[in-house]
Design a protein around this ligand. Structure first.
Ligand code: KIV
Length: 271
């Protein structure tokens, strides 16, 4: 998978081995070269080029508007930075729901045009055929269950999913369907911790949680949320490690002040 023989790339097999030895998997999103370089250099296991780019990069209210071409642009920027991390890319809304041939074509475009290592699709039994077809072509697939933001208009809200017995039972079935279809891992988003624990225990493949508790085999967060870049977004599951929105705003205010007062550039900052 890596052309650089010095660096041992994280692969889907590495993640499987990590689950077996009980080592937690750390995954974060990135959408551009600069951020992916920092995330990579910090030693992340997996970078997800999430369709959350639609929200945090493009300012859309949902993940629905982002296109396959836009995902490929973000993914290829991230791939150029990721020397060791496994890079997984979301198939965006509308690029795989039609039929399995469309799903395969979209996955092939992502792999060929971005150089990423795997794709992620939202859904359970209803996307089984697409998952199998993509995997048959040699492309690793990550599943995504629980709160699946591409279906937000069906759900109506971003609240915790699968609290009711019927939805929890369907999720327990769906994780097994995805594992049987060949997924190498499954994201579990915003579901009760007990359910995520049970789903994780029922699987051979690793689960990666977001708002799904500590019983998952790994965790994922949107990097902009972790860094405190996303104004006013502080759900219970989010641990915010920095307050970059305030820091950057402060820095920009200082810059504006310095320009207006002709403090910048100083003698030392000119030729
Ligand atoms: O798009 C995304 O960032 C995701 C993660 C939140 C799992 O799917």
């Amino acid at each position: 998978m890596s052309v650089n023989k010095e660096i041992k790339r994280v692969t889907t097999h590495t993640l499987q081995e990590m689950k077996l030895r009980g080592e937690k998997i750390a995954m974060l999103t990135s959408y551009d070269f600069s951020m992916a370089t920092i995330v990579e250099d910090a030693g992340i296991d997996v970078i997800l080029v999430g369709d959350s780019a639609s929200n945090v990069m493009a300012g859309h209210e949902t993940t629905l508007p982002i296109t396959l071409d836009q995902m490929i642009y973000h993914a290829s920027s991230v791939v150029r930075a990721a020397k060791k991390a496994l890079v997984i890319v979301d198939l965006p809304f509308g690029s795989y729901q039609g039929n399995s041939k469309e799903a395969l074509n979209s996955a092939i475009r992502i792999m060929k045009e971005s150089g990423a290592h795997a794709v992620k699709l939202e859904g359970g039994a209803e996307i089984r055929e697409s998952v199998e077809r993509i995997i048959t072509a040699g492309i690793p697939v990550m599943g995504h269950l629980g709160l699946t933001p591409q279906s937000i208009y069906k759900f109506g809200t971003y609240t915790v999913r699968a609290k009711e017995e019927a939805e929890a039972a369907k999720l327990m079935e769906d994780v097994l369907v995805l594992q049987e279809a060949g997924c190498f891992s499954i994201v579990l988003e915003k579901i009760p911790a007990k359910l995520a624990f049970n789903a994780t225990a029922s699987l051979k493949i690793p689960t990666i949680g977001i708002g799904a508790g500590s019983g998952c085999d790994g965790q994922v967060l949107v990097i902009n949320d972790l860094l405190g870049l996303t104004k006013g977004f502080k759900p219970r599951f989010l641990r915010q490690y920095l307050s970059l929105y305030d820091d950057i705003k402060g820095a920009v205010s200082n810059y504006i002040k310095d320009v207006k007062s002709v403090d910048f550039p100083s003698d030392k900052e000119q030729y």
